[in-house]
Design a protein around this ligand. Structure first.
Ligand SMILES: [Zn+2]
Length: 147
């Protein structure tokens, strides 16, 4: 395996493990987006639909005024974000909360449960239990963030 391949491989299988090490650096949403982008596409963003490499970046503001980072494929026109196709998809929780949950679950020596996670993150029970399920599944599959 060449250096580049090895790095790519490690980025994929060890995603969650590596997140645990750097959670402290991922204290804001912007840093999380950058981090996932580099992790998923170390050689540049690739379209999640067609695999195209010509991507344009669209910076817009969501309903709450927070910046949204959209990518648009110039070949198939698909629009996607760093969350598309990952365990973070279809979730309204900030990525910072996700990373915190991953760190908590990954580093907890006792069995983590939804009630404990709910208290630690200050979210609703339903949110906590869905987070827990997705993250445990990712950890069991060797840290694979993509679904
Ligand atoms: Zn495409």
């Amino acid at each position: 395996m060449t250096g580049a391949h090895l790095e790519n491989y490690l980025a994929r299988v060890g995603a969650v493990a590596r997140i645990l090490d750097i959670t402290n650096q991922l204290s804001d949403e912007e840093a999380c987006v950058q981090y996932i982008e580099k992790l998923r596409w170390p050689d540049g963003v690739v379209c999640v639909k067609c695999g195209g490499k010509k991507i344009s970046r669209i910076s817009s503001r969501g309903k709450t005024g927070k910046p949204r980072h959209l990518y648009q494929c110039l070949a198939c026109r698909a629009q996607f974000t760093v969350r598309t196709g990952t365990i973070f998809q279809d979730s309204h929780l900030p990525l910072t909360a996700w990373f915190k949950a991953i760190a908590l679950i990954g580093s907890s020596t006792r069995q983590m449960n939804a009630t404990r996670l709910m208290r630690e993150l200050d979210v609703q029970y339903r949110t906590a239990s869905s987070l827990l399920l997705r993250i445990q599944k990712a950890l069991e599959s060797g840290g694979q963030l993509e679904v």
